[in-house]
Design a protein around this ligand. Structure first.
Ligand code: WTA
Length: 645
């Protein structure tokens, strides 16, 4: 073991865990050396198939061909619901904790199954069928889970749009995937404040006649605009529908869902996942990474609008028959003790959250944590961004009372499921490291020329072979899929992340190496924010970079060049911030807008972001070579403008 601080697996933990070190190593080796048999056994063990597959895998990354379990037939909602009914139909599938403390709902597998069948029938009545895309724009209420599973039951492809996205962003996503049905709620609630979801849908689909159905859940009960020919109340329609609905038999490679995510260029990409491989890896990682023991209560604080919500609130837990807590609120309402209150109230055993949340609660002191017992907790997880060792230690010592294992899970929307993570009973922990690869995952570090680097080193993180839950394409744009992920380093999937590997083979994710920001664990493309800024008539040009932010991980730093004759002002700054918010959503609101009379460009006109990042971070001593700039004096101006900001 290296000199870094490590937390070895306690003997008792190894003895009680599903997998110990030896088992992990043996299974990992086999997953790479004998993938056909390894994955066939796992697919039999974890999933119920209507018909077994013809071929375990048929992959060629260089050609962009990824196929798992071809010819196999299954249904996701069957795997998440029906097959559990005989054994634990009365177990809670969902425990719902509302935004307002004290309001909860408990939904058994039997009840969830019935709700899903009813909504599936409503969708079928409205003409939705296999392969049709359905947009879901919902708050964190149980009906969001019902909506997802109802789609899978009839073979419709869901495309969830986070409820914090603007009408504009929603419209883009509805149009891109040609969704003709939208499922939403009258309003969401966050920290007691309503979020106008139905109204946003109205704005998003204004003039978009292809949308024939909007199903709306009555949540807050406030008035909403209504179009009787198009709009359907969830409660009315499901009450009138049958509680039985047969599952559509889907091919393992039939599309399951589309989820939009940001890249370094252009519009968000519709990441497409398919049925069999996705469900298998979501299910398997859930069980092994969280060491899930039958009957435990598990809570992931993500939103179903992000991939973490898909895989680890819904598909992973429910396919394992687990109890999944769905939380509508935020960590700081009514106060910063909310997480710990929920953990005590519902006796949560496994808790999965983002470093940003940990850092923000850390700032509030220990008293609010200590006020609650948290004695039910066994496993803690983090996801979405690198966790700094300081936050890790706080999570371990204060939240987990030095009793709980921490799993730092690295993965992406594109990977569908966890790729690099500790397993509680198998892997010694090092704060800040995601540790070791999951079964079947073959990480590689490569230099910028594509040379594979061996041993303890640092480089661009690639995955050298396909894995079951890998994205299959970008919806409607396979060429972009190839160019973004598979052609930079031929034959490998390029993650866009940098990483270091230490002498124990542990991976330390260092962050994005492309122009993608990670703000509070939310991915955002700098290009998207720039496009929003230049929509303003006074803006000639904009360049956006990230800078280190104590709580959010990264903050959004915008350089804006105004058109000739327009004077900078505080009002204009506020207008621009408002514009980004309106175009994308509140999560993309700039932290800093700096006026830039000129941007540093090469003679060929390429913006040198390296310099912009250095100025944003105030690392003025290490600007590097500026002599290749078309106009080096631009940099001095940026620096003096920074000081006068
Ligand atoms: C980052 C979220 C460090 C990474 C599941 C990745 C992480 C991006 C970790 C994907 C982690 C995710 N440690 N960085 N444990 N997990 N990331 O698509 O930069 O929203 O590329 O998926 O988040 O974000 P996405």
């Amino acid at each position: 073991m290296s000199a870094e601080k490590t937390y070895p697996v306690p003997e008792q933990t190894a003895a009680n865990a599903l997998l110990n070190r030896e088992q992990y190593e043996q299974m990992y080796r086999r997953s790479l050396e004998d993938p056909e048999n390894f994955w066939a056994e796992q697919a039999d063990a974890f999933l119920s198939w209507f018909k077994r597959w013809d071929k375990v895998q048929n992959n060629d990354l260089a050609k962009g061909q990824i196929r798992w379990f071809e010819g196999g037939k299954l249904n996701v909602s069957y795997n998440c619901l029906d097959r559990h009914l005989d054994t634990h139909g009365d177990r809670h599938a969902i425990i719902w904790e509302a935004d307002e403390p004290g309001t909860t709902r408990h939904i058994t597998y039997r009840e969830l199954h019935e709700a899903v069948c009813r909504l599936a029938n409503v969708l079928k009545d409205r003409g939705v069928g296999k392969g049709d895309r359905v947009s879901i724009y919902m708050p964190m209420i149980p009906e969001a889970v019902v909506a997802m599973l109802a789609c899978t039951r009839i073979g419709a492809v869901h495309s969830i749009v986070f409820g914090g996205f603007s009408p504009h962003a929603l419209r883009d996503r509805i149009e891109d995937a040609d969704c003709r049905t939208v499922i939403t709620a009258d309003e969401g609630l966050r920290s007691g404040k309503p979020v106008p979801l139905k109204e946003n849908v109205e704005k998003a689909i204004d003039g978009l006649d292809s949308v024939h159905t909007v199903v709306t859940v009555k949540h807050t009960g406030n008035d909403v605009t209504w179009h009787p020919e198009r709009d359907v109340w969830y409660h009315e329609a499901t009450a009138a529908a049958s509680a039985e609905c047969a599952c559509e038999e889907m091919d393992a490679e039939d599309p399951l869902f589309i989820l939009y995510t940001s890249g370094s260029t252009g519009k968000p990409k519709g990441v497409l996942h398919t049925t069999g491989g996705y469900l298998l890896q979501a299910s398997m990682t859930f069980k092994y990474v969280f060491d899930y023991h039958d009957g435990e209560v598990y809570w992931c604080t993500a939103d179903v609008g992000w991939v973490t919500g898909h895989s680890y609130i819904v598909y992973g837990p429910l396919s394992n028959g687990a109890t999944s807590l769905v939380f509508e609120g935020v960590p700081t309402y009514p106060d910063a003790g909310r997480f710990w209150q929920v953990i005590d109230d519902h006796q949560v055993n496994i808790f999965y959250t983002a470093p940003t949340a940990i850092r923000s609660l850390m700032g509030q002191g220990e008293d609010l944590v200590k006020k609650y017992s948290r004695s039910s907790l066994r496993i803690l997880g983090t996801v979405g961004e690198p966790i700094n060792p300081e936050a890790w230690e706080w999570y371990y010592r204060v939240v987990g009372d030095e009793r709980c294992r921490i799993v730092d899970t690295w993965w992406q929307t594109e990977t569908g499921a966890i790729m690099i993570s500790a397993l509680p009973g198998a892997v010694d922990l090092k704060p800040g490291s995601a540790t070791l690869p999951f079964f079947g995952v073959e990480p590689q570090l490569v230099d910028n020329d594509g040379n594979v680097l061996e041993g303890a080193t640092e480089g661009n993180l690639c995955i050298n072979r396909a894995w079951p839950s890998m994205m299959r394409t970008i919806y409607g744009d396979h060429e972009r899929f190839m160019n973004t992920y598979l052609t930079t380093y031929k034959g490998k999937y390029f993650t866009g992340d940098g990483a270091r590997r230490d002498e124990d083979g542990y991976y330390w994710i260092t962050g994005r190496v492309d122009d993608v920001l990670n703000v509070s664990g939310h991915r955002m493309g700098t290009a998207e924010i720039e496009s929003a800024l230049v929509l303003h008539e006074s803006v000639a040009e904009a360049a956006v970079v990230g800078y280190p932010h104590d709580v959010k991980g990264q903050g959004i730093y915008c350089y804006v060049t105004l058109v000739n004759g327009v004077e900078p002002s505080d009002d204009l700054q506020a207008e621009l911030a408002g514009l980004v918010r309106k175009e994308i959503g509140p999560i993309a609101k700039p932290d800093v807008i700096q006026w830039a009379p000129g941007l540093p460009k090469t003679r060929s006109g390429k913006i040198m972001r390296r310099i912009l990042r250095k100025v944003a971070t105030n690392e003025l001593d290490s600007l590097g070579d500026t002599s290749t700039l078309a106009d080096p004096s631009v940099v001095d101006e940026l620096i003096s403008n920074r000081a006068n900001r």
